[in-house]
Design a binder for this molecule. Structure first.
Ligand code: HEC
Ligand code: HEC
Length: 204
């Protein structure tokens, strides 16, 4: 990996070949700054689902911290975070792949998603109240853009957010950060989860 490391920091758009073209396009669409980490070969396989258009059930991963991305890939690879698709993907990744993927996706800016129109203002208010009660912002930040081990959760797809909270509660997803999310989610009702997922998905 020393070669890749010495080239890190080179603008993605200088890569040549079809891989370079695809990744350069992604960087362009995501509004990447000139200095994104070099895209490892394996990142190509991720774009079909985590690119500008998201596959069903897939969240955006650009702009999460490298640590968060690497941890999730390790959890999938070890079968501790359950998801058939991602366990299959991560099963084929080496430690070096995981490091390079974490570094690369973390170097891309988070997508500037516009919140969908809020058609359920009551649910939003219920979600805001539940977030206050459970002190979600204490770890995720006032704007829910993430702090340290706690990732950005603002404006992720609503169905993904609900599934994530349900998975922590069911124990099919482990939590880094001292089991923080496992404890938090254990106290959530189904109604809390629906309201919280909606509130976070439509945050302005
Ligand atoms: C066929 C579609 C598909 C491909 C290809 C794919 N993913 Fe995923 N990925 C998903 C889905 C679906 C989820 C949501 C899993 C869940 O609900 O727990 C996910 C979740 C993730 C997460 C967790 C995100 C979070 O916010 O916790 C990471 C990190 C991730 N993928 C990285 C990758 C990387 C890196 C690659 C390429 C090596 C990749 N994925 C390829 C579908 C895909
Ligand atoms: C004590 C700190 C803490 C509190 C309080 C907390 N979180 Fe988290 N949250 C974390 C950490 C750390 C992670 C990353 C865990 C992991 O490795 O999966 C996380 C992950 C998440 C994720 C997964 C994001 C993704 O991309 O998959 C969601 C959704 C989430 N939190 C929502 C909430 C909500 C809603 C609340 C309030 C009910 C909350 N959190 C309260 C620390 C916290």
């Amino acid at each position: 990996m020393s070669g890749a490391r010495s080239r890190a920091g080179r603008p993605v758009r200088t890569l040549s070949g079809p891989a370079g073209a695809a990744l350069g396009l992604l960087a362009l669409l995501a509004g990447a700054p000139a200095l994104a980490a070099e895209a490892p070969e394996v990142a190509q396989a991720c774009l079909a689902c985590h690119g500008e258009a998201l596959a069903e059930g897939a969240p955006p991963i650009a702009g999460h911290s490298s640590n968060y991305i690497q941890l999730q890939l390790v959890f999938f690879r070890a079968g501790r975070r359950k998801n058939e698709i991602m366990q299959g993907v991560a099963g084929g990744l080496s430690d070096n792949d995981i490091r390079a993927l974490g570094k690369y996706f973390a170097s891309l800016p988070a997508p500037e998603t516009k919140p969908p129109a809020d058609m359920q203002a009551d649910l939003t208010r219920a979600g805001e109240a539940a977030a206050l009660r459970h002190r979600c912002a204490a770890c995720h930040g006032d704007a829910y853009l993430g702090i340290q081990a706690a990732p950005r959760v603002a404006r992720l797809p609503e169905a993904y957010l609900a599934k994530a909270l349900g998975d922590y509660r069911a124990g099919t997803r482990p939590s880094s950060g001292g089991a923080a999310m496992t404890e938090v989610a254990g106290a959530l009702s189904d109604a809390d989860i629906a309201a919280l997922a909606h509130y976070l998905a439509v945050l302005p």
